[in-house]
Design a binder for this molecule. Structure first.
Ligand code: NAD
Ligand code: MG
Length: 394
């Protein structure tokens, strides 16, 4: 029986993870569930999954949850605050940690799971973008197993030579890998003109054609920043340089990415666009378990299209490649500026097309330096946020 901590259990990935876990009660037990402030959703999940611990980051929400659980006679310990996230990620009774908090807020708990040698199922791509070097180093030193949940990276992992310890040990050249073809749906605005992009609303941006996801990643998908973050994520997970990654727009989202080998073979993983497939894959790897995802109906799909990404209408992609090439703290700057810009866009405070402008401005203002420590990266993250806000108020 594997004991599981799900960080961000009330989110889109968290809910899909619980859906898979519920199909295998003999195999998985939920040790801890965590959420930011949606205590009613967490209460619902506590009733159903009976974890040992529930964590609410928000103090008021923690008090509400504690009261409600006591009223129902459920003996579940409620912890509050950021530090509790790290505690349940590193807890001795836990073997598997799903890191599904959105944004930089998930960094410390993902790192705590890596340092504690857990099987780390990483959905929180921002953690790798900010601190890929530290996270991979922690995985290697502790003997943790790092498995990607992001559908593209999970597909790449499935198409690469067998890596016994999960991600982090690939030697691309030695193992005959020539390049990675990272697929992108193109998002809801794939065919929009630059003028039309300037007028899109948050509601239009979060309505993704193929995937149902949280609001932040949906906006990232619409701006292609999600693909930019994923390029950086792939570099860290698979030990690649940005030059070995090519982005391919594939609007049907059936092929989830491809690996090209030196002999000309191209391997890929396909399936319906449903996150329960990569989640089930990583939960059970190297075994296979049912995920609840229906069979792929190729006759209904009928055709698969491919086109290059448009870096003029979607500048976030080129900014991401440039940040990874610059190295050091540049990807952390890129991520922080994007988080500020997306939040402002979702609040209706800035146009969609201002998002990449904020990122470019922060990358121009704050010099990138070599990565030294987590504390330094958190400082860099804070500085980038201040500069992004200052630029927006100028
Ligand atoms: P979401 O917004 O639906 O859920 C986010 C979760 O994080 C919630 O449980 C929320 O309570 C928690 N959270 C938010 N802010 C927090 C904070 N400050 N401290 C602690 N917890 C906090 O997001 P999502 O779509 O499930 O995405 C989660 C992560 O997975 C993101 O990094 C995203 O890029 C990645 N991802 C998501 C998908 C998808 O299909 N949704 C696919 C690939 C990767
Ligand atoms: Mg993805």
């Amino acid at each position: 029986m594997e004991q599981l901590t799900i960080l961000g259990s009330t989110g889109s990935i968290g809910v899909s993870t619980l859906d898979v876990v519920a199909r295998h009660p003999q195999r998985y037990r939920v040790f801890a569930l965590t959420a930011h402030s949606q205590w009613e959703r967490l209460l619902e999940q506590c009733r159903r999954f009976r974890p040992t611990v529930a964590v609410m980051v928000d103090a008021g929400a923690a008090a509400q949850l504690r009261g409600a659980l006591a009223d129902e006679g459920l003996a579940i310990e409620v912890l509050q605050g950021d530090a509790a996230l790290e505690e349940v990620a590193a807890h001795g009774e836990v073997s598997v940690v799903m890191a599904a908090i959105v944004g930089a807020a998930g960094l410390k708990s993902a790192l705590a799971a890596a340092l504690a040698g857990k099987r780390l199922l990483l959905a929180n791509k921002e953690a790798l973008v900010i601190s890929g070097a530290l996270l991979l180093d922690a995985v290697r030193r502790s003997g943790a197993t790092l498995l990607p949940i992001d559908s593209e990276h999970n597909a790449i992992f499935q198409s690469l030579p067998w890596q016994r310890q999960g991600c982090g040990a690939l030697q691309p050249e030695a193992q005959g890998v020539r390049k990675i073809l990272l697929t992108a749906s193109g998002g809801p605005f794939r065919e929009f003109s630059a003028e039309a992009l300037a007028k899109v609303t948050p509601e239009e941006a979060v309505a993704h054609p193929n995937w149902s996801m949280g609001r932040k990643i949906s906006v990232d998908s619409a701006s292609m920043m999600n693909k930019g973050l994923e390029v950086i994520e792939a570099c860290w997970l698979f030990n690649l340089s940005p030059d070995q990654i090519e982005v391919v727009v594939h609007p049907q989202s059936i092929i989830h990415s491809l690996v090209e080998y030196v002999d000309g073979s191209v391997l890929s993983q396909m399936g319906n666009p449903d996150m329960r497939t990569p989640i089930a894959h990583a939960l059970a790897w190297p075994e296979r378990i049912a995920s609840g995802v229906p069979s792929l109906d190729l006759f209904a799909v009928a055709r698969l299209d491919f086109e290059p990404a448009d870096e003029i209408r979607f500048p976030a992609l080129a900014l991401s490649f440039a940040a990874m090439r610059a190295g050091g703290t540049a990807p952390a700057l890129l991520n922080a500026a994007n988080e500020v810009a997306v939040e402002q866009f979702l609040l209706g405070a800035i146009p969609f097309t201002t998002i990449p402008k904020v990122i470019a401005a922060v990358l121009d203002t704050v010099p990138a330096v070599a990565v030294e420590s987590l504390e330094q990266l958190l400082e860099v993250d804070g500085e980038a946020r201040r500069q992004a806000e200052r630029w927006l108020q100028r």
